[in-house]
Design a protein around this ligand. Structure first.
Ligand SMILES: Nc1ncnc2c1ncn2[C@@H]1O[C@H](COP(=O)(O)OP(=O)(O)OP(=O)(O)O)[C@@H](O)[C@H]1O
Ligand SMILES: [Mg+2]
Length: 670
């Protein structure tokens, strides 16, 4: 059990937790949520011993083994498989013990004790799951999206995002009682995400995961911890439940606050009116006391939400860019270039809003990087329009920041580098004002970037991009690290941007809201994608299936592991999900998603038919009413009256159904 009692946690002058009291029970799956900079990663530092509480009590069972994803980029020529196997720290320890025992035994072959020690070392290692360590590691690696032929490639041959995936696999490999995951989905595509969800659902230990991804949290957590204004609150439910409970709570608090304000005003009025009157002075006095004693309901603090906008570009060339029969890929040192895309013939026109889709590893980033001039085309031409000004945002961009400098220094440098055209708006005052509009206020403009949270850094990079007034935005996964409110602000700003936009994102909500055409990067080419994002989801799943089949043909998959001898629950948990289950899970999720998309279709159909019936029933009703206004024989009046009553009932029922349906459609769409 993890307990915090009145814990205070600070970072420099900032109080991140003030009197936090919370309990986490063994086996609970906890989502840790809150705005960028709220202190989530800092709380992890407390849990993993990197930081001490500044007040209160914190305890975590001593014998608990902890697994977490290392935050550094691994630099090693070890193979991917070996690197991940080494995540099982117990195994590594026992291997060392075995090596020592072997050496001792070799030195003194007749020593019975040495022989005994060696035998023990062998059994311990077997108990720790040595026999299936490699297939276990490889199942993790493949599950996270690597190809079979990559299992033995050296770690440092992979790009940054992929190396971070190996770090994740390494953490999952480690048998643990407590698993800490800080935004594990940032580097994952949809397929790997679905796999990770399934794996985590089978994890038996206690898990705490930080994420800004609602669907992911809903899939893997059943308790939510929320940090806001230095308060830590526990909610018994996944993220969606938390949102509901919180909305209700806020509503109640707001109502209680309003009611109390009314009461205060009333008391105050009484006091003001009667305090001068001797006869009522006593009552007035008692009301003053009542007012003093009253425990005040806190008003809702308005979230420091922010919105921003991209400035209107100074000019917009048209076409922005023309790519003629080009090949894109990587130049390699001792080998022929690695061609990723060929026969690329595309033009990008002013005002286009293009979503770039494609399964993972198919070359989306290669395409974007080439357009961003980070790498050259291997063949063909890339012709830029005159005055093209590219704003490029990529995940690695965070590394572009100077850890030792503060946001203000970054802006000063940027304004200077941009030269005279921006000089008129680059006094320190202006730059501070500009940073303020991105929620870097007061002290934060002077805080070294190296100490800022992930989301704060991403926000600074965005701010720097906006400052440059680009006319072509190239965004490669811009929402990683950003909290939900900031993603929302980004979506709004992108929608209003007048230049051209090219966006790579796994955030389907963002793609849907800002792009109106899609390119598909896959199987070595770039083409138009004429479908919606549900079609794309299906495409991805088909493509993943195809990849797996290709992989299967290329090599026999590792044999399913026999049950490990060790019966510790954590060892059990560390066993990877067999692929069969993973596939079934993926299929289930795909079906669910498809179902959700299709659920509104029949509802809309019914709604349309009700609409039609309501129109005709309305017409019939008017006709009947018109008839009844004429002089008629009694039986006809009775007949028309009956019909009118029936029609009225029908209309009422239809209207009721109409309301229900619209509500359901709204709820499903939301
Ligand atoms: N050494 C430090 N000096 C000053 N401030 C710091 C230091 N380290 C962290 N902070 C600040 O503490 C706050 C909490 O940081 P933390 O990394 O815990 O946030 P987070 O909740 O994980 O945010 P995100 O969602 O962006 O990852 C941030 O505002 C950060 O700028
Ligand atoms: Mg963080």
């Amino acid at each position: 059990m993890i307990t915090l009692k009145n814990v205070i946690l600070r970072r420099s002058a900032k109080v991140l937790l003030d009197g936090a009291t919370v309990t986490i029970n063994p086996g609970e799956k906890v989502g840790l949520v809150g705005r960028n900079g709220a202190g989530k990663s800092t709380l992890f530092a407390l849990l993993n011993g990197g930081l001490h509480e500044d007040g209160g009590d914190f305890s975590l069972p001593k014998q608990w083994r902890l697994a977490q994803v290392a935050q550094n980029m691994p630099e090693t020529s070890e193979s991917a498989t070996d690197f991940v196997v080494a995540g099982d720290t117990r195994l590594v320890e026992l291997r060392e013990q075995l090596a020592t025992a072997e050496a001792a035994h070799a030195a003194e072959p007749d020593d019975a004790d040495a022989g005994m020690a060696l035998a023990h070392a062998y059994t311990d290692l077997a108990d720790a799951g040595e026999h299936d360590a490699v297939p276990r590691a490889q199942a993790l690696i493949l599950g996270l999206g690597f190809k079979v032929h990559e299992l033995d490639q050296p770690v440092d041959s992979f790009s940054g995002g992929w190396r971070m995936r190996l770090q994740l696999a390494r953490a999952l490999m480690c048998p643990s009682d407590l698993l800490l995951l800080d935004e594990p989905t940032n580097h994952l595509d949809l397929d790997a995400l679905v796999w990770l969800e399934a794996w985590l659902q089978r994890y038996a230990g206690t898990m705490i995961v930080i994420s800004h991804d609602r669907e992911f949290l809903d899939a893997v957590t059943d308790v939510t911890l929320h940090i806001e204004h230095a308060k830590l609150t526990r909610y018994g439910g996944n993220y969606s439940k938390f949102e509901d409970m919180r909305a209700l709570q806020l509503e109640q608090q707001q109502a209680a606050f309003a009611k109390q304000q009314e009461k205060i005003a009333h008391l105050q009025k009484f006091i003001d009116r009667f305090k001068a009157k001797a006869s009522k002075a006593k009552q007035a006095q008692s009301r003053v006391k009542a007012l003093e004693r009253m425990e005040r309901v806190a008003p809702l603090l308005a979230e420091a939400d922010f919105t921003f906008e991209f400035k209107e570009p100074a000019n917009i060339p048209n076409p922005m860019l023309t790519i003629g029969d080009a090949s894109f890929g990587y130049v390699q040192e001792d080998a022929p270039p690695k061609v990723i895309l060929t026969h690329v013939n595309r033009s990008v026109l002013a005002g286009q809003r293009i979503g770039i889709l494609g399964a993972n590893g198919q070359g989306k980033s290669t395409l974007v990087k080439t357009i961003a001039r980070e790498m050259g085309a291997l063949a063909g031409t890339v012709t830029e329009g005159k005055g093209l000004n590219i704003g490029y945002f990529a995940q690695q961009e965070l590394d572009v920041l100077h850890p030792g400098s503060n946001p203000l220094e970054h802006m000063v440098r940027l304004a200077r580098d941009l030269g005279p055209q921006s000089r008129e708006r680059s006094t320190e005052q202006d730059l501070r004002g500009f940073l303020g509009s991105f929620n870097f206020s007061g002290d934060m403009v002077k805080q070294p970037v190296g100490t800022m949270s992930g989301g704060e850094k991403a926000r600074l990079v965005l701010a720097m991009m906006v400052w440059q007034r680009p006319n072509l935005l190239l965004l490669d996964e811009p929402t990683n690290h950003l909290d939900l409110a900031t993603r929302e602000a980004l979506a709004v700003a992108l929608n209003e941007f007048e230049g051209t936009l090219m966006l790579v994102s796994h955030d389907r909500a963002l793609l849907r809201s800002v792009c109106d055409e899609f390119w598909l990067v896959g199987r070595g080419v770039v083409k138009d994608f004429d479908g919606d994002l549900d079609d794309y989801q299906r495409y991805l799943l088909d493509e993943a299936k195809r990849q797996r089949e290709l992989a299967k043909q290329a090599a026999e998959p590792p044999a399913p592991a026999p049950a490990p001898v060790a019966s510790a629950p954590a060892a059990e948990a560390a066993r990877p999900t067999p692929d069969g289950d993973g596939r079934a899970q993926r299929q289930r999720s795909a079906q669910e998603r498809q179902q959700r998309a299709e659920q509104t279709r029949p509802l809309r159909k019914e709604l349309a038919s009700i609409d039609a019936r309501l129109t005709s029933a309305g017409a019939e009703k008017s006709a009947l009413e018109a008839r009844l206004a004429q002089p008629l024989p009694a039986p006809e009046i009775a007949d028309a009256g009956r019909k009118l009553k029936l029609l009225g009932d029908e209309i009422e029922a239809l209207e009721e159904r109409w309301m229900t349906l619209s509500e359901q459609i709204e709820a499903l769409a939301a």
